[in-house]
Design a protein around this ligand. Structure first.
Ligand code: AMP
Ligand code: AMP
Length: 357
């Protein structure tokens, strides 16, 4: 979708009556609570089976039912959202369940071109390398695997069906098992991304780039709670060997993390340089939330294995504030609220065009 068309839509909006809307899943509670804290009206677009969540928390002024997420793209739905001066806040479910936002005329907070860079592993890798970050090696083909590797798939799959392999034989054997267990489809194995497995401590940084204030902010830090890999330590080695458990990385939740302070320098430099490169690859560059997923190895060296160019669910650990957002703002601040704050500032300055795409 041509950016000029979206900007045309936002120019017609009544700035004093903006509604913040999102799909009901992933980080919607975070986004909707944040919007309310900043004084916006809110809409949650959700499926019947998740309605109970959004009814229970009372942060959606209006709940619009969807048969399935792609219904968001229906003409009537989009017209209703535009009518209500809605700005959509994208999250992982936009990538995972809708994908192509080309037909979406409703303004989206952030830069949807960068979300396309995120889902394309090759592009994503180029972006991070251009930013000068240290990345895990990638193996082009299973035959190239020459050490412990992790097998991943395109899009926001939340770790579902990922597995480890040390050589091509193990790759094919485990891939077959994964397909048989219904964790992943055969075509996904074809498009798998094989990456060097970094042993260390996983840390996920939720940053925010503010075009209004011209700065990169660290809003929250988390790590994931993954099934079954995080459960393996609870079983004695003897049983682990006997039942031949294959660890999987399905995300179940997140924990907050506070980093050893000296390590923040690496993370902040990485975030700034990712933002600099974003301006070269997709005009107008980064707007709003993004996440760097990293492993710190035994030398406390930061290896970045993934970027998300939107809010990540890990930022949910930072409601109502993380240590970092509190230090920065001196008031409760979390990603959903930070997004709404940026929209508020942009709207007051009559600069909404700068923060949507
Ligand atoms: P769900 O609505 O729970 O199916 O989540 C929507 C998408 O976001 C799926 O692709 C999930 O894998 C992903 N997702 C949800 N929660 C998290 C999380 N806490 N961390 C990482 N990814 C997540
Ligand atoms: P992702 O979908 O890339 O966010 O990865 C999901 C999970 O897989 C992460 O939370 C890690 O536990 C694990 N993981 C992914 N890539 C790597 C890597 N290169 N080295 C170590 N662990 C990884």
């Amino acid at each position: 979708m041509d950016r000029s068309k979206i900007l045309e839509v936002i120019r017609q909006y009544d700035r004093n009556s903006i509604t913040i809307a999102t799909l009901g899943s992933h980080s919607a509670l975070n986004i909707l609570r944040g919007a309310k804290d900043e004084g916006f009206k809110t809409i949650c677009l959700c499926r019947e089976k998740e309605r109970i969540i959004y009814e229970s928390f009372g942060v959606a002024d209006e709940i619009l039912g969807l048969r399935d997420y792609p219904d968001l793209l229906k003409k009537s739905m989009q017209e209703e959202l535009v009518e209500k001066n809605a700005i959509l806040i994208p999250h992982g479910s936009f990538n995972a369940y809708i994908g192509n936002l080309d037909e979406l005329i409703v303004p989206v907070f952030g830069n949807r071109m960068l979300m396309a860079w995120e889902v394309d592993r090759e592009k994503q890798r180029k972006w991070l390398l251009d930013a000068g970050l240290t990345l895990p090696k990638t193996f082009e083909r299973p035959e190239d695997i020459d050490g412990l590797a992790i097998v991943k798939y395109p899009g926001a799959k939340g770790g579902m069906g990922y597995f480890l392999a040390s050589n091509s034989g193990e790759f094919y054997e485990k891939a077959k098992q994964m397909v048989e267990n219904g964790l992943i489809g055969a075509e996904e194995i074809e498009n798998a991304h094989i990456q060097e497995y970094i042993v260390g401590a996983n840390v996920y940084f939720s940053f925010f780039y503010s075009p209004m204030l011209g700065r990169v902010e660290l809003i929250a830090v988390d790590r994931r709670y993954e099934a079954s890999v995080d459960g393996l330590g609870r079983i004695p080695a003897e049983q682990q060997l006997k039942v031949d458990i294959m660890p999987t990385y399905t995300v179940i939740g997140n924990f907050p993390v506070v980093l050893r302070e000296s390590l923040l320098a690496q993370a902040i430099k990485a975030a700034r340089s990712v933002v600099d490169v974003s301006k070269q690859i997709a005009h107008p560059g980064m707007v709003g939330p993004f996440c760097l997923e990293a492993v710190f190895d035994e030398n406390a060296r930061m290896v970045v294995f993934e970027i998300s160019a939107r809010i990540v669910a890990g930022s949910n650990v930072g409601i109502p504030a993380s240590p970092y957002s509190y230090v920065l703002f001196g008031e409760p601040m979390y990603m959903g609220r930070r997004i709404a704050r940026e929209i508020r500032i942009a709207s007051e300055k009559d600069m909404l065009e700068e923060v949507v795409y």
